[in-house]
Design a protein around this ligand. Structure first.
Ligand code: CUA
Length: 325
């Protein structure tokens, strides 16, 4: 499957932003979690060195030596105990308040969001725009709040856009959502953060933030991909969009359905013993009336795509299948 997805998921994805010790540059208008994260990081670092440093000092200073009375016990100190109770109490109260406030801002999407649908599947992302067009990368207009409503077709995935400071599980059988407001045009990484099988670490996409006019122009052009893209590329898009990849691999791997690799022009043996040439008409019929002829060794489990796919689209899918040599 790898080669199919890598054709567009431009291998060098991590060039968009490089990893570092600190959080990646934020591209969102309200990186709510950043101050809380750094506050907790600093507090933890200070406490760590304070505790470990004091411990090391005491180990040396009060080590057992001849002539020292090890039995001597120290009574408690009211002042010390009050101090180390009250100060941490104030710190955790501040963490709770700041954390809760940031959480509420992250959870509450503004009413005027640009709404997109996200479908996760092993192992690719699909972003569906309000006009019905689906893309493997996420394009969003700059300066507007964006909400992603997400679901999965198979196992649990996790959507993570570090630059937008959003991360959320994508779960089969239910919807989850995140929102963010990108303010800096540019390209950013999108990753899957839930181990979802062999190609989990390749389940990547690019987030492209564009000014509104550029975004509109891109969407208009991309939506017209049957006319703008070469048929093989358009067919590959449809193959991914309609979820064909779930059952029909493009690399020869066996699945619920036969692989599409190298089948064009070959002769298939059907259930019942007939031999059939895999040509344009056979592929067309298999998409529109999949129960009619079943390849030997497979179950009749595919449902029809009648009404969901146009003739021009079928032609593109055929060209894509032809290209899988
Ligand atoms: Cu999808 Cu990991």
């Amino acid at each position: 499957m790898l080669n199919v997805f890598n054709m567009t998921n431009n291998g060098g994805l991590f060039l968009a932003q490089t990893a570092g010790f600190w959080l990646p540059d934020s591209a969102t208008i309200d990186p709510a979690m950043d101050p809380v994260f750094y506050f907790i990081l600093i507090i933890c670092s200070v406490l760590f060195f304070l505790v470990v440093g004091t411990m090391a000092f005491f180990v040396v200073r009060y080590r057992r030596r001849p002539g020292r009375d090890a039995e001597k016990t120290i009574s408690h100190s009211m002042l010390l105990e009050t101090t180390w109770t009250v100060i941490p109490l104030i710190i955790v109260a501040v963490i709770f308040y700041e954390g809760f406030a940031a959480y509420m801002r992250m959870e509450t999407a503004p009413p005027n969001c640009y709404d997109l649908r996200v479908t996760a599947r092993q192992w690719s992302w699909l972003f569906t725009y309000p006009n019905g067009y689906s893309d493997e990368n996420l394009h969003v207009p700059a300066g507007e709040p964006v909400r992603l409503t997400m679901t999965s077709e198979d196992v649990i995935h996790g959507l993570w856009i570090p630059a937008m400071r959003v991360k959320m599980d994508v779960v089969p059988g239910r919807y989850t959502s995140v929102w963010f407001q990108p303010d800096k045009p540019g390209t950013y990484n999108l990753l899957c953060t839930e181990y979802c099988g062999d190609e989990h670490s390749n389940m990547l996409a690019t987030v492209v933030v564009q000014p509104r006019e550029e975004f509109d122009a891109w969407l208009k052009n991309a939506s017209d991909f049957l006319r703008t893209l070469p048929p093989v590329e358009a067919g590959r898009k449809l193959y991914l969009k309609h979820g064909c990849a779930q059952c029909h691999s493009a690399d020869g791997t066996a699945g619920t359905g036969p692989t599409l690799k190298g089948i064009y022009g070959k002769t298939h043996e059907m259930t019942g013993g007939d031999k059939l040439l895999v040509d344009d008409n056979y592929i067309r019929e298999s998409i529109l009336d999949p129960q009619k002829k079943i390849k030997a060794g497979y179950q009749p489990v595919m449902s029809t795509y009648k009404g969901q796919i146009s003739d021009a689209e079928i032609t593109a899918v055929i060209e894509f299948i032809k290209s899988l040599k």
